[in-house]
Design a protein around this ligand. Structure first.
Ligand code: PNS
Length: 154
């Protein structure tokens, strides 16, 4: 079964990578979809976000990445994925993710599979990583080393 893990990944965190790697053990193929969202201000370009993910997953052959623009379900269809996978950190994620899952099911009959975040990453988000880093706080336990390096340079 081929699944799609979509997201902004601005930047990819250890929480994202944990969900992605766990999925790669359960599913035959994992496609990471990095969204191009011109209306959202991002720290990294879509291409850099994809590059950072590629560096991280380079030794896991059943994981690949692509960028996409437009509706998630259209991207899912074109890439022949059977389901969308989302990581859930806490109940606070649930309302929004549940709504999106129902909308994607309504739009194109796509199933969404929820994977619980590992407890050690339940509190990690890209926005918090960016904020902590902007104040000079230590994010070394929250992101992979290649992301840490780029955050230092950003
Ligand atoms: O990491 P994020 O920012 O929570 O990811 C959000 C993402 C990319 C999954 C969501 O914004 C998305 O699906 N964007 C594509 C546009 C779309 O299909 N919108 C309707 C969703 S119901």
């Amino acid at each position: 079964m081929k699944v799609l893990i979509p997201g902004s990944f601005d930047p990819p965190t250890n929480g994202h990578i944990d969900v992605i790697k766990r999925c790669s053990k359960v599913f035959d193929e994992v496609l990471i979809g990095v969204v191009v969202n011109p209306s959202k201000k991002s720290l990294f370009t879509t291409k850099i976000r994809e590059l950072m993910l590629n560096e991280i997953i380079s030794e896991t052959p059943n994981i690949s990445t692509k960028t996409f623009e437009g509706l998630l379900v259209d991207f899912a269809k074109v890439n022949n994925v059977q389901a969308i996978v989302k990581g859930l950190r806490a109940m606070t994620d649930f309302d929004y993710e549940f709504q999106m899952a129902q909308m994607n099911s309504n739009l194109a009959d796509f199933e969404t599979i929820f994977i619980p975040a590992s407890p050690e990453y339940g509190y990690v988000s890209s926005s918090m990583v960016k904020e902590i880093n902007s104040y000079g706080g230590d994010i070394s336990k929250l992101v992979p080393p290649n992301v840490l390096k780029r955050m230092d340079d950003a």
